[in-house]
Design a binder for this molecule. Structure first.
Ligand SMILES: NC(=O)c1ccc[n+]([C@@H]2O[C@H](COP(=O)([O-])OP(=O)(O)OC[C@H]3O[C@@H](n4cnc5c(N)ncnc54)[C@H](OP(=O)(O)O)[C@@H]3O)[C@@H](O)[C@H]2O)c1
Length: 289
């Protein structure tokens, strides 16, 4: 595929997978629009992309806000005249025992990790229809398929993204707009250090480039879904267990990081004095304690 002059929006472009993909698209001649909150990093990225492709820009803001997510699409078309590829990649982690999850945690996960991709996609479709072509690539996670311990909100948000993308794939038939899901396993990015209570995962992590390569592959071969890395024994066995022995897989995940007895005890003690969800001071629930 000739990417020269194609306009590519990449959310979550200030670091990790998004940054790697942004530079790779610019190296192929695409006009990249990077989106995230850290403006300084986006400016540096746009400078680097311009050195490769001549033109690039960025939009700094919070994708958890619908108005900003929609503005990303409209302003991209206003600035560059079109939108060829939309890559919904921005995401945030959360690692909490379910007893500590607040409705606010869940709401934030759904807005940033799921609704942002819905808002940008719905805004992009009319432009892509007018152009007669377009690509919507959503970066999900293996966590959507194999729920890791303490990641229930993240798993739920990414699973929603998976369902949305599968629906797009069939609903967009005949439109020449291709929707695809890229499903990374553990990738070596700063996301692992962004949580106060990090993941308990200690296995191998892969470079962001394998996800970038998968993004190009789903576009160029019009594939619906690509798990990366493709040939990891860990991911292949998780997939097989998921289909042929789902309860064994669930037990295996629970065994990986068992819930300590004192966590349940503490949650019980708290439940005796309050009906509030989570350990924070969340609103929207009926706190009796
Ligand atoms: N790394 C892994 O092991 C792994 C595995 C599976 C799936 N994934 C998924 O891959 C995607 C990229 O993650 P990564 O590993 O590259 O992590 P990362 O380096 O932390 O990148 C996350 C990106 O999302 C942006 N972002 C977060 N919240 C945002 C918000 N409210 N508004 C706008 N931008 C926001 C961040 O930029 P700002 O902070 O500047 O806003 C950053 O650019 C995520 O969706 C993640 O869930 C990662």
């Amino acid at each position: 595929m000739d990417y020269r002059g194609k306009v590519v929006v990449i959310t979550g472009a200030s670091s990790g997978i998004g940054r790697d993909a942004a530079v790779a698209f610019a190296q192929r001649g695409a006009i990249v629009v990077g989106v995230a909150r850290r403006e300084q990093l986006l400016q540096e990225l746009a400078d680097e992309c311009r050195r490769h492709a001549g033109d690039a820009s960025y939009l700094a803001g919070d994708l958890g806000e619908r108005a900003f997510a929609e503005r990303v699409v409209h302003e991209t078309v206003g600035r560059h005249g079109r939108l060829d590829v939309l890559i919904n990649n921005a995401g945030i982690p959360v690692h909490k025992q379910i007893y500590d999850v607040t409705p606010e945690d869940m709401d934030l996960q759904m807005r940033v990790n799921f609704m942002a991709c819905v808002w940008t996609t719905l805004a992009a479709l009319p432009y892509m229809l007018r152009q007669g072509e377009g690509y919507v690539i959503n970066v999900s996670s293996m966590a959507a398929k194999v729920a890791p311990p303490r990641e229930t909100p993240y798993t739920a948000a990414k699973a929603a993204m998976d369902g949305f993308t599968a629906g797009l794939w069939s609903d967009l038939a005949g439109s020449n707009i291709h929707a695809a899901l890229v499903v990374p396993g553990p990738i070596d990015t700063e996301i692992w250090g962004k949580d106060d209570t990090p993941s308990g995962y200690n296995g191998p992590k892969y470079p962001p480039k394998i996800v970038t390569d998968a993004i190009f592959e789903v576009i160029e071969k019009r594939i619906h879904e690509r798990v990366v890395p493709r040939f990891s024994a860990q991911l292949v066995s998780a997939h097989l267990l998921r289909f042929f022995a789902p309860s064994l897989l669930l037990r295996g995940m629970a065994w990986m990081e068992p819930v300590p007895a004192e966590v349940v005890e503490k949650a019980r003690a708290r439940a005796a004095t309050t009906t509030r969800s989570g350990s924070g001071s969340g609103s929207g629930t009926s706190g009796a304690g």
